[in-house]
Write a new protein. Structure first.
Length: 265
């Protein structure tokens, strides 16, 4: 047989090879992240707007907060860019702490800030977001835009769905957060009942960065209990995977009978 009679799949579909190789690129981002952060001390992921200028009160707060965490021996993880991310990294840097930047390649270039003791570069948001969750014991969130909201609600979703154990989520800046928090309470909790009342126990609003640092430090050191006690899954569904989330019940097993080589669950 000649290739013209039975052409190789990669020659007939040139895009297939490119897409398949992309999986290795994705894998490499996970491997690099896991290797670089494997020995990280207890860490807090800090989020907020990339647009916050250095002369803004929120920037100064985030910088001071990064320093508070570093002085407590906690690592600071940010998205590695400007604004609040730079401020938190800067505070940790000048306090002599571990300052992690998870930088992302964007069409409009995000310049990494210079205050990173560990610098990682990502092409994929989803790989980057795994690192934020896997290596953090708490999230602290300053005022921000869509990206900040994405990271905020993803953390709440992972805890609500039992994919990860509950940890503190502290929102700094009541003027910024109060309106949304009240809307969530009134509409999502009360009017439509799309969340449970206790789900809001996961979130703390404050203007006091000292209070925020104490909340996360006490939790990390085991001085306080999780902000919400969800049931702990047992058996195979409760196993923690390499990316830091629970395995869960396999969808295939719940919708289809197992095939001949797959054990029933």
């Amino acid at each position: 047989m000649t290739d013209s009679e039975h052409p190789h799949p990669h020659r007939s579909h040139p895009g297939l090879t490119g897409e398949s190789w992309r999986v290795l690129r994705i894998m490499s981002e996970f491997v690099e992240g896991f290797e670089a952060l494997a020995d990280l001390p207890p860490a807090v992921s800090v989020f907020g707007s990339a647009r916050t200028p250095a002369d803004h009160d929120v920037y100064r707060q985030a910088e001071a907060f990064g320093g508070l965490l570093a002085k407590r021996g906690l690592a600071v993880i940010t998205g590695g860019g400007p604004g609040v991310m730079e401020a938190a990294n800067r505070g940790a840097w000048y306090a002599g702490g571990v300052s992690v930047g998870l930088n992302i390649a964007l069409p409009r270039e995000q310049m990494p800030n210079p205050y990173q003791t560990i610098k990682l570069d990502f092409n994929y948001f989803f790989c980057r977001k795994v690192m934020f969750v896997k290596y953090a014991r708490a999230f602290v969130i300053f005022p921000g835009g869509f990206g900040t909201m994405d990271e905020f609600f993803e953390a709440l979703t992972l805890m609500q769905t039992l994919k990860i154990d509950p940890f503190p989520v502290v929102c700094i800046g009541t003027e910024f957060w109060k309106g949304m928090y009240e809307w969530v309470c009134r509409v999502m909790r009360d009017e439509f009942a799309t969340i449970s009342p206790e789900d809001l126990d996961l979130v703390t609003l404050t203007d006091d960065i000292e209070h925020a640092a104490q909340i996360v430090d006490d939790f990390i050191r085991g001085k306080t209990k999780p902000p919400h006690t969800y049931p702990t899954p047992t058996g195979p569904a409760g196993r923690i995977t390499g990316e830091g989330t629970r395995e869960g019940v396999r969808v295939r097993a719940s919708r289809m009978p197992p095939d001949g080589n797959e054990p029933a669950i």
